[in-house]
Design a protein around this ligand. Structure first.
Ligand SMILES: *Cc1c(COP(=O)(O)O)cnc(C)c1O
Length: 445
């Protein structure tokens, strides 16, 4: 087994660079999304914050704002220890309150936007007033006549289901085969109706969309097309700008920022990337990370002439431990926005995600699920592969890498039950040994 980190990384993940990415994408006026949608989403989340603080005791301290900290990441987790240039951070969405994943921002936003509309239609809101009363029995009675439905591999259903039920909506989640039993149990304990499907995510969404159409009182959260969901996800980027400023971290062309985010349909990572490009322009370089057997965004990026292409067309099977990323097709809303904004896609293996679940815990104390652990492959691929070195050289970044900041975006995990997590850690320790050698070896190369 090779002990040298550089050799190892070539086997565990690969990096594809997007030749069409431009440093400063023009603000599109014709696309489905414009930046004012994101600003409106941020304002909407702020308007609802006092209500959320009363609905969820765990949000009392933050005044109802659901946000995650930016934490230092010991570079040893990535593998080559002290030899890596730059500073490493975790954007700790695995700790996001209530939903336990990146789906909190987008999912909560879409439910709240729907609630706002229903409340206005029923005279519960007048102008900017009345948000606090939306938790009252009278408002809940109104909401109980409406339904919110969604298709999910697990986490989106948790976010949509929990928020919908908390407001008094009827909530229905259509779960694909990957969805974990504990997520279904948790949702049912909140009074959410859970339908289970043998098929993949695309099929669960299609079924949910069809059933929702039959009920005029039902709002279907369409992960493959929703502007509301996307705008909510993108709010993270506006807030990250403020977080950097507060922590005294510089991001500009002399201090490049690299961001690595796990990708399913592309909604959550696409929203973050879209927002970050707006805030930081040429200073930020965004990379998605996907499982090798569910790399739908990469497949679409590599086949621009084949809209709607699936992973099956590319010979993949959608078999992965990353349940949050196990989807066959990229979002048609998000893909066009990423053509000029996304720097590249990293593809990684189940074995590597297992290893990184364990490494994040053993070496840094972060409790992340496999989908979130995928992000750790990002900096590894950029800093230790031939393609990554070429990207850095072509972008003229070599001299700035010591001042660079890298964000590993950990998208979920805090709510995982203990037994499930223990089993992942056991397997992960073995996987880490196979891929990266004994821990004592990971510090040097
Ligand atoms: C959903 C999810 C993602 C990816 O989000 P998409 O919008 O599907 O691309 C990443 N990580 C976790 C943990 C998720 O649940």
């Amino acid at each position: 087994m090779p002990q040298n980190g550089k050799e190892v990384s070539r086997q565990v993940s690969t990096l594809w660079i997007n030749a069409e990415c431009v440093p400063k994408p023009p603000a599109s006026k014709t696309s489905d999304i414009i930046i004012s949608d994101v600003e409106k989403a941020e304002q909407r989340l702020a308007r609802f914050a006092p209500l959320l603080a009363t609905l969820f005791p765990e949000l009392a301290q933050s005044g109802g704002i659901v946000e995650s900290p930016l934490c230092a990441l010991p570079p040893v987790v990535i593998g080559a220890g002290s030899s890596l240039p730059g500073s490493f951070w975790v954007k700790a969405d695995h700790q996001l309150a209530v939903a336990g994943s990146v789906k909190a921002r987008g999912g909560f936003h879409e439910v709240l936007e729907f609630a706002e509309q229903v409340a206005r239609d029923n005279g519960l809101l007048v102008g900017e007033h009345g948000y606090q009363t939306l938790g009252s029995p009278a408002a809940r009675e109104v909401f109980s006549h409406y339904e919110v439905a969604v298709g999910s591999t697990g986490n989106l259903g948790m976010s949509i289901g929990i928020m919908s039920a908390a407001l008094g909506f009827r909530a229905t989640v259509h779960m694909s085969a990957e969805a974990k039993d504990w997520k279904k149990r948790k949702l049912r304990s909140h009074g959410v109706t859970v339908h289970e499907y043998e098929g993949d995510y695309g099929q669960a969404v299609a079924k949910g969309r069809e059933l929702a159409k039959a009920n005029p009182m039902c709002h279907f959260v369409d992960d493959e097309h929703s502007v509301s969901l996307f705008s909510g996800y993108a709010v993270a980027a506006l807030r990250l700008g403020a977080q950097f400023a507060a922590q005294g971290i510089a991001v500009d062309e002399e201090h490049p920022l690299f961001v690595y985010i796990p990708c399913g349909v592309g909604g959550a990572p696409g929203g973050v990337c879209y927002g970050l490009k707006h805030v930081f322009g040429a200073a930020v370089h965004c990379f998605f990370v996907e499982p090798e057997d569910s790399a739908c965004f990469l497949v679409q990026m590599q086949n621009p002439d084949k809209p709607g292409i699936s992973i099956y067309d590319a010979g993949q099977h959608n078999r992965t431990i990353a349940d949050g990323l196990a989807v066959p097709r990229a979002s048609e809303l998000v893909y066009p926005l990423m053509r000029e904004r996304l720097s590249g896609v990293v593809v990684t293996s189940d074995e590597c995600m297992h290893a990184d679940v364990w490494r994040m815990q053993a070496l840094a104390g972060f409790k992340v699920e496999p989908s979130a652990a995928a992000a750790v492959s990002g900096p590894r691929a950029l800093l230790q592969s031939e393609a990554g070195r070429r990207y850095i050289a072509e972008q003229g970044l070599q001299a700035r890498m010591l001042r660079a900041n890298h964000i590993v975006w950990t998208t979920g995990g805090a709510l995982m039950p203990g037994d499930e997590y223990e089993a992942l850690l056991l397997e992960g320790e073995r996987a880490s040994g196979r891929l990266f050698g004994a821990l004592a070896d990971t510090g040097g190369n």
